[in-house]
Design a binder for this molecule. Structure first.
Ligand code: ADP
Ligand code: MG
Length: 602
């Protein structure tokens, strides 16, 4: 074997394998170059999924004729400035690019024409490259009227046929390009973007003047759909040198995948484990484990506090103080969501309305696309048993029912008027009606009370007169006994009891009489699902959640007016009462105007 130095074209193709793995990646690099050049308007055109053509035109600063060839060379960049000693500061990167890899990589696997007119220059110049071989620049006939650059890439991957085989359908690749561009556009509301796919305009986003508040809101509405605004809360938090802004979706507005969690670090779209984990942590006890919130979060911090040079695609980052960043995100999200109180997602109402109307939910779903699926319809679980729920005592309302009703109507959840099917509470508000799932709502209240008690130093226990023996399968028992101390802190005292059984001595007083077997089974299931990796708090929350579920008013229990109103008032006063612990809404609201629409009065 002989060791040989690889030719530059080969080096570039290898790099291309990493940086440009599909058309969307080429679009990302070209658009980021445009933004780095200070463009205010970026026009992207693709044909045949981007394999036929990718054309990105910008009105940025352009490239002087003398530098056109250099721009196409590997490791040539205008974005890192060497210091006196010849070193560069890789911890102070304010541009999207810095590796000097994108253009040579793309040019090595395709046919590329780059036309540019530098600011202050009267003429445009063009360079042609084919599979890495460049021709010297030639004057281009007045194609660009202002300064700017246009990069045209044809026959992407023609020089690396193996890569072509791995591409998906044209449609799938075109969709990936759209996703990529939307992601970038979410971070730069101040820039106008247009995407044309096979001659048709697929996306047109005007530049917004106020790129931080209203402008960003409008940009997000254009990309994530108009529903996102009313179903999200704004964030604005600072911790040490980092600042977090953006919008977080209400927990009731959830998705089956993480696709709609958009995270930006200093304006760069990232898919970072730490950030994703922080978001998950913040929503942990508000959502079922297989559901994911929607959010657009913008983290800004001094450039030297974050390392973006982790991966060629630059979508991962490393933070100097990861714990602080995590704390900022979890804290800000929890705070903002608690502020949203009992607000449930409007999509729940929209979905409900839709199912009333002829034609089904389709009739009113906003059809803006990009959300990946219609809002999930809650299936209220009807637990039939008439149980020990009576042990949970409602605080009694002292007022006369009549006056109580009038005052209550002014409250957000209104005055209880009826109980339907012994499962739902129907309430009247000033301008509409509210339908509450009594079990889901109560479960949330019990859960929040548990958490409050826990925070205040402990959950009251009550000793069982006759300790109850519970038989469970061996694995479940082991898991429970392993967490015996945690459970004791939560008010549940168990002891081993021979083979295959435990004895329950004390239970949380808040639960009243409780079905011990069901409770232990639920907790064991939760522990099994979470495994031992999860943080202690995660386990506690899951256990609390099972306990709350077991200890709540069952569907199927009759409630009187006072009890129902007391429940509504408690919901209003309790954080997160808009959804149960599984992210299902606890109530839906129909405004009178919605009802009028149902009857065709509007
Ligand atoms: P990087 O962006 O990491 O510097 P690239 O290969 O993407 O590397 O680009 C090389 C250089 O070409 C950039 O540093 C920049 O000076 C110049 N360049 C590329 N695209 C543009 C553009 N659209 N407008 C102005 N300059 C550009
Ligand atoms: Mg670049």
């Amino acid at each position: 074997m002989t060791i040989r130095r690889l030719a530059p074209e080969a080096v570039n193709r290898i790099a291309a394998g990493e940086v440009i793995e599909r058309p969307a990646a080429a679009v990302k690099e070209l658009v980021e170059n445009a933004l780095d050049a200070g463009a205010k308007r970026v026009q992207v055109r693709i044909e045949a999924g981007g394999v036929g053509l990718i054309r990105v035109e910008d009105d940025g600063c352009g490239i002087p004729q003398a530098e056109l060839m250099l721009a196409l060379e590997r490791h040539a960049t205008s974005k890192l400035v060497a210091d006196a000693a010849g070193g560069v500061d890789l911890l102070n990167i304010s541009t999207m690019g810095f590796r000097g890899e994108a253009l040579p990589s793309i040019a090595s696997v395709a046919r590329l024409v780059m036309t540019s007119r530098a600011a202050g220059s009267g003429e445009s110049w063009a360079v042609h490259v084919e599979a890495g071989a460049a021709q010297p620049p030639r004057p281009a006939a007045g194609s660009l009227s202002v300064s700017g650059t246009c990069v045209e890439v044809r026959d992407l991957f023609f020089a690396t046929p193996a890569r072509l085989k791995f591409l998906r359908s044209e449609r799938a690749e075109a969709m990936a390009v759209g996703e990529q561009l939307r992601r970038i556009a979410m971070a730069r509301a101040d820039v106008a973007f247009v995407l044309e796919v096979d001659g048709r305009v697929a996306l047109r986003l005007p530049a917004e003047a106020d790129a931080l508040l209203e402008g960003r809101r409008r940009r997000l509405a254009a990309i994530l759909g108009a529903e996102f605004g009313p179903n999200s809360v704004a964030l604005d938090a600072v911790r040490e040198r980092a600042c977090l802004t953006g919008f977080a979706g209400l927990p009731t507005y959830h998705r089956a995948t993480r696709e709609q969690q958009h995270l930006f670090v200093n304006g760069r779209p990232v898919k970072d484990k730490l950030l994703i984990g922080a978001v998950r942590g913040a929503y942990q006890d508000l959502l079922a484990r297989d559901r994911h919130p929607v959010c657009a979060l913008y983290l800004d911090l001094p450039f030297e506090d974050v390392d973006v040079n982790v991966h060629p695609a630059k979508t991962e980052v490393r933070f100097r103080d990861a714990a602080s960043v995590r704390g900022l995100i979890v804290g800000a999200l929890k705070h903002a969501l608690a502020g949203a109180g009992h607000r449930a997602a409007t999509t729940v109402t929209i979905g409900a309305l839709g199912s009333f109307q002829p034609g089904g939910a389709r009739a009113v779903s906003p059809g803006l696309g990009g959300w990946g699926g219609a809002p999930r319809q809650p299936m209220m679980h009807a637990l039939a048993e008439e149980s020990a729920a009576g042990a949970f005592v409602m605080p009694s309302a002292r007022q006369e029912p009549e006056t109580a009703g009038q005052e209550a109507e002014a409250a957000p959840l209104g005055a209880a008027r009826a109980q339907l099917h012994e499962t739902y509470i129907l309430a009247q508000t000033r301008d509409g009606i509210v339908l509450v799932d009594q079990h889901a709502a109560h479960e949330r209240l019990v859960y929040e009370r548990f958490k409050a008690m826990l925070a205040q130093g402990g959950i009251k226990r009550q000793a069982l007169l006759i300790p109850e023996v519970v038989e469970l399968e061996e694995a479940a028992l082991l898991r429970l006994l392993e967490h015996r101390e945690d459970l004791e802190g939560l008010g549940l005292v168990i002891e081993p009891f021979g083979r295959g059984a435990v004895v329950v001595r004390e239970t949380p007083a808040l639960l009243g009489r409780v079905d011990c077997h069901g409770l232990l089974q639920d907790i064991a299931d939760d522990l099994a699902e979470l495994g031992s990796m999860e943080a202690l708090t995660g386990r506690l929350d899951a256990v609390l959640s099972s306990m709350a579920c077991r200890g709540s008013v069952r569907a199927g229990r009759r409630m009187n007016g006072e009890e129902m109103n007391a429940l509504l008032r408690q919901m209003e006063a309790t954080p997160f009462s808009g959804q149960c612990n599984h992210g299902r809404p606890t109530y839906v609201e129909l405004k009178l105007s919605d009802i009028e629409r149902l009857f065709g009065r509007r």
